[in-house]
Design a protein around this ligand. Structure first.
Ligand SMILES: NC(=O)c1ccc[n+]([C@@H]2O[C@H](COP(=O)([O-])OP(=O)(O)OC[C@H]3O[C@@H](n4cnc5c(N)ncnc54)[C@H](O)[C@@H]3O)[C@@H](O)[C@H]2O)c1
Length: 389
């Protein structure tokens, strides 16, 4: 590898993952160019940007060079609040023509992720997208094809597979400690976001906002789903939100989804925006078992949420009490996804999180909507590299 290789060329090489050997040989080179950081642009400077920016800014391998929001004052405010020292923009087109960068981090309303991600890929940028990465599976698949054709990387939240507790559960299942796994359950709900209408508009809903975490966890643990059956509903047809006042709810705020996995394993996800949750996101520190997996020789219950994991209760004995396992978070935080994949580009390594998994979850969400509307079971076509650990 000549010393004179350009940084762009290096990033293109690193982008063409798949070639693990090439990546390994690039690793040494990659580390030597660490002085030149991955330049990141963040689009969408609302609520979740407050969680992403401290993560991105904490990395020695990443520099946040641009911030964009159609509510321009938010980009300016976030820039000052976190001392980012980035260029600020009111529109993606201006940002793509502005200061050069390598990866866009998409944190806008869900409904515009697909179109913004496409613009970034067309402009030659890698993309990390908050969920969902597109409005439909077909749109997401087209994004992945585009990324591949341009030797760019594309990833979608959530990052639940990064937690040590996910790893522990995955290894426990694969080791056979639970016997033959039959069933699993995931749940996530609260009383719904109060700040933005898009969560309740068409293309929003509790599945892409909340159930998506459980779908990623359960498919990550049990393997790709082959088919989906679901019932979804709107329990609360009218909401009041900060940005639009009183609105009619168009997207489901209550959903139950059944997933058929290989070997006749069935899992279930329930999510919604009408779940009494008096302790907010802290509810899980003690007793909430948000993910449960049952086999004929044992069961496992995740304490906390799958995105905010606190430990795993493992029960494999008729006589011994259940054991509390895997309580060390190992530095994992749910908002780490963009930092972790950004660093993986610079280091020339492949992260555990992968885009086919996020696309598979997107297909599940779309299939669940279809199943609920038609009353029928919907077959899935997508899959992803599995097992993940
Ligand atoms: N808020 C959270 O705690 C949280 C947690 C995890 C994931 N998420 C996800 O993050 C995303 C954003 O959620 P949020 O709560 O931050 O919403 P938000 O409404 O607080 O922020 C979204 C921001 O995107 C901006 N925006 C919308 N369209 C844009 C466009 N075309 N170009 C540039 N900016 C645009 C809006 O002006 C707004 O400032 C959603 O996908 C959500 O599911 C949010």
């Amino acid at each position: 590898m000549p010393d004179t290789i350009s940084r762009e060329t290096f990033l293109q090489y690193a982008a063409s993952a798949g070639a693990a050997m090439l990546l390994l040989s690039l690793e040494g080179f990659a580390l030597s160019v660490n002085a030149k950081k991955l330049r990141v642009a963040v689009i969408g400077c609302g609520s979740v940007s407050n969680r992403y920016l401290p993560q991105l800014l904490s990395s020695k391998l990443i520099e946040v060079v641009s911030l964009c929001d159609i509510k321009y004052e938010r980009a300016v405010e976030i820039n000052a609040k976190y001392n980012v020292n980035a260029k600020t923009y009111a529109h993606i087109d201006a940002m793509l023509k502005g200061v050069s960068f390598d990866m866009m981090v998409t944190l806008t309303d869900m409904q515009v992720h697909g179109e913004l991600n496409k613009k970034a890929l067309l402009a030659g940028k890698h993309v990390w997208s908050e969920k969902p990465m597109a409005n439909t599976y077909a749109e997401g698949k087209a994004l992945l094809d585009l990324a591949k054709s341009k030797k760019l990387r594309l990833w979608g939240a959530p990052a639940v597979v990064n937690s040590p507790q996910f790893e522990f559960m995955s290894k426990t299942i694969q080791s056979g400690k639970l016997g033959r796994v039959a069933s699993a359950h995931g749940q996530y709900g609260h009383t719904g976001p109060s700040w933005s209408a898009f969560f309740y508009e068409k293309g929003g809903g509790s599945m892409p906002d909340l159930g998506v975490y459980n779908m990623a966890t359960l498919t990550g643990l049990l393997g790709p789903a082959k088919s989906v059956m679901a019932m979804t509903s709107i329990v609360n047809p009218e909401r009041t939100v900060d940005d639009k006042g009183k609105i009619q709810v168009e997207a489901e705020d209550n959903a139950h989804i059944l997933l058929e996995h290989d070997k006749n394993v069935i899992s279930h996800v329930m999510c919604g925006f009408n779940y009494f949750d008096p302790h907010g996101h802290e509810a899980g520190t003690q007793s909430l078992h948000s993910i449960q997996v049952f086999g004929d020789y044992g069961n496992m219950r995740l304490i906390g949420y799958d995105w905010e994991t606190n430990g795993v209760v493992l029960d494999t004995s008729w006589t011994e009490p259940p054991k509390l396992m895997s309580t060390d978070k190992g530095g994992y935080e749910w908002q780490e996804g963009a930092r972790v994949v950004g660093e993986s580009i610079v280091k020339g390594i492949e992260p555990r999180i992968n885009v086919e998994h996020a696309l598979h979850v997107l297909e599940i969400i779309e299939a669940a909507r279809k199943s609920s509307a038609t009353g029928k079971r919907v077959k899935l076509k997508s899959t992803f590299p599995w097992p993940m650990v």
